[in-house]
Design a binder for this molecule. Structure first.
Ligand SMILES: Cc1cc2nc3c(=O)[nH]c(=O)nc-3n(C[C@H](O)[C@H](O)[C@H](O)COP(=O)(O)O)c2cc1C
Length: 206
């Protein structure tokens, strides 16, 4: 009797601990890196028409963006547009200190412009913090490379690229400073020199 009393809790603890470990492994392995389709770098709406249509609109449908659109959007945002590795958005002293993270319903990814891919970071749901939108970009600066002043300006160029791409492709866009940086930094396990400066939500109009 006494042995069962001791064994049952011990076994239960073991099973629960094993489950927790496997749950973690599952979380790490399910979310896969995504190789994006090659971005389309030509054509589209004339620039003056896109400027005429550029606006902030905070209403979004639940419809997810196809990967082709995500690829074009990220290339427009801050992709590589020259053989020397320079970008569609300028950065002070070409330090390229802004990394774009992409919040999708299935989890968090990092945009890798060289590979034209989304690197799987976490399967956690970020939408309770940022709102239930199909896609939100997080602009994370490495402030060991660049001052916050210049990093903020560099984010602005990326943000405007995203606004213009959105205007040219019938998407709504919303640049956002009012985000919970502390909660996001902790959840993303950012380094001490990294900071989420801004977010930008993009999606189809509701
Ligand atoms: C640096 C910056 C921060 C912004 N932060 C927010 C924000 O936290 N919340 C919000 O609703 N809009 C935010 N906006 C969007 C502005 O409110 C919007 O651009 C402004 O009202 C002008 O509207 P328009 O973009 O349609 O021209 C921000 C815009 C910029 C440039």
């Amino acid at each position: 009797m006494k042995i069962t009393k001791i064994l049952v809790p011990v076994l239960l603890t073991f099973i629960l601990a094993a489950n927790a470990v496997f749950a973690d492994v599952k979380t790490e392995t399910i979310l896969k890196d995504i190789v994006l389709p090659a971005p389309v770098k030509t054509g589209g709406m004339p620039l003056m028409d896109a400027l005429s249509a550029r606006k902030t609109d905070r209403t979004f449908s639940k419809e997810e963006l196809p990967l082709e659109v995500v690829s074009n959007l990220l290339w427009a945002a801050n992709g590589i547009n020259r053989p020397d590795g320079k970008r569609t958005a300028p950065s002070a002293r070409n330090l390229q200190e802004i990394k774009i993270f992409v919040v999708l319903p299935e989890g968090l990814y990092a945009y890798l412009p060289q590979e034209n891919a989304l690197k799987a970071i976490s399967q956690e749901d970020y939408r309770p913090i940022l709102g239930k939108y199909p896609l939100t970009l997080l602009y994370v600066a490495d402030l060991s490379m660049q001052s916050k002043h210049f990093a903020s300006v560099d984010c602005g160029f990326i943000g405007q690229n995203v606004y213009l791409f959105s205007a040219a492709n019938g998407l709504n866009a919303w640049f956002r400073a009012d985000i919970n940086q502390t909660v996001l930094s902790a959840k993303m396990r950012l380094g001490l020199s990294q900071e989420v400066l801004f977010a930008q939500t993009v999606g189809y109009p509701r």
